[in-house]
Design a protein around this ligand. Structure first.
Ligand SMILES: Nc1ncnc2c1ncn2[C@@H]1O[C@H](COP(=O)(O)OP(=O)(O)OP(=O)(O)O)[C@@H](O)[C@H]1O
Length: 424
């Protein structure tokens, strides 16, 4: 039965965590990448008996993370996946009546709250990776705030993140405690470029080949921005490797990883590498959080991400390649150093990391149109929720909202009754 290679940083804080959860309805847990938040928190609370009166739910922003972390926890507990430990993602529910630790995407938890607004099947809800600040996570934060009023006596909520602004979330939940879990398991050495490359695909390619030729064994995780980049990178990398002198390097296997791949292809990256073979995993930001790919020693970070954003002047959304935030850069580096020491090659100067990158990713709600967010909330059809007064961690500005209401009323998106607006 695999277990963590040595006590993870979070294990040393288990008593402190349990005491905080015992005494409070909501607890924020901030821990560095690889400290054990995703795989251990649920197990710590399970061991203390929290799963006796309801399951422990752990949300993940992405499907591949929900599946892989559930698989890992099932392995650590020595149980078949889908039994005591399971997962639920869109189109796939691998849980049973016996499931007491359930990993699920935040979208699935939102859907569950439609049929069961009090989410009664759960005794504990852990919102993991909250620093990603997706619209779904922000809506769940608001829903949790409401839920704890109704279920204060029998629900525990934990909000975990690598770098979330703990104080802000604590204030949102009336000053709940914030636990900081310092420490990582293995060091990750970081290397910076002297300048930004004009072509990050070519630069990543060169770095990958350099690693293959010069470095000892260890898999390489390469962050690209989207499917197009990944396809280009995969074919160029295969070609370059084929052209290397026969017998000069170990064998290589190049694997893509992105959200549109069918699940059976996504899980290929978790299978062990064949002997004397280096794997290159070329991924989008789906590999950025929660994933542990055993064997990854090297990370190549191009410093960009593809992000959907709203342009108020054109009234349109666009999918743009933008600089990542420092949080994202640290998450990417944190994919190495999980099962052994690692190296991260950042294809940007340290000054770019320190001065140009934003500290944290701009929350999705602030990159979305107001109408888009309200429509999304409306489409969820959450019972008894006044969408216009929904409690967001970063609420849309009131004047902006008021300015929109009149125009929304004209197209019947909202109703108006004696000057006050509601959702139709
Ligand atoms: N599939 C796996 N194979 C091998 N080791 C694993 C696996 N999953 C987790 N681990 C070990 O457990 C550690 C903690 O992983 P976990 O995902 O719980 O950390 P985390 O704090 O949630 O990290 P992050 O915020 O970066 O996702 C890893 O660093 C690694 O040592």
């Amino acid at each position: 039965m695999p277990s963590p290679p040595q006590p993870l940083p979070i294990s040393e804080h288990a008593d402190e965590i349990v005491a905080a959860v015992e005494a409070n309805t909501v607890v924020v847990v901030i821990g560095e990448t690889g400290s054990g938040k995703s795989t251990q928190l649920s197990q710590i609370l399970h061991r203390c008996g929290y799963s006796r009166r309801g399951a422990i739910a752990v949300t993940q922003p992405r499907r591949v993370a929900a599946v892989s972390v559930a698989r890992r926890v099932a392995q650590e507990l020595g149980v078949p996946l889908g039994d005591e430990v399971g997962y639920a993602i869109r189109f796939e529910d691998r849980t049973s009546e016996r499931t007491c630790i359930k990993y699920l995407t935040d979208g699935v938890l939102l859907r569950e709250s439609l049929s069961d607004p009090e989410l009664k099947q759960y005794s504990v809800i852990i919102l993991d990776e909250a620093h990603e600040r997706s619209l779904n996570t922000d809506i769940l934060l608001g829903l949790m705030k409401r839920l704890i009023k109704d279920r204060a006596s029998d629900l525990k909520v934990l909000i975990t993140s690598a770098t979330l602004d703990g104080l802000k979330v604590s204030n949102f939940f009336s000053g709940c405690p914030v636990l900081n879990i310092p420490g990582t398991l293995f060091p990750v050495e970081k290397f910076y470029s002297t300048e930004r490359p004009t072509n990050y695909i070519e630069s990543s390619l060169k770095t990958a080949i350099d690693i293959h030729v010069k470095e000892p064994s260890g898999d390489v995780l390469i962050f690209m921005t989207g499917m197009d980049d990944i396809d280009k990178m995969v074919s160029k990398l295969k070609e370059k490797i084929q052209n290397l002198e026969e017998g000069s390097c170990m064998d290589a296997l190049v694997l893509p990883l992105h959200g549109s791949l069918p699940p059976e292809q996504q899980v290929r990256v978790f299978a062990p590498a064949p002997p004397n073979c280096r794997r290159f995993i070329v991924a989008t930001n789906v590999a950025e959080t929660s994933l542990t790919v055993d064997g990854v020693v090297f990370v190549i970070d191009c410093g960009y991400v593809k992000q959907r954003q709203y342009n108020p002047s054109s009234g349109m959304y666009s999918l743009d390649v933008v600089q990542i935030s420092r949080v994202q850069a640290d998450q990417r580096a944190g994919r190495a150093g999980r099962t052994r020491p690692g190296k991260c090659y950042r294809l940007y100067p340290i000054s770019t990391y320190q001065k140009e990158f934003l500290e944290a990713t701009v929350p999705e709600i602030q990159r979305s149109s107001l109408a888009g967010s309200v429509l999304y909330l409306k489409s969820l059809d959450l019972p008894d929720i006044n969408i216009l007064k929904f409690d967001f961690l970063d609420p849309p500005s009131r004047p902006a909202l008021n300015g929109k209401l009149e125009s929304w009323w004209q197209v019947r998106l909202v109703s108006r009754d004696h000057g006050s607006y509601g959702i139709t």
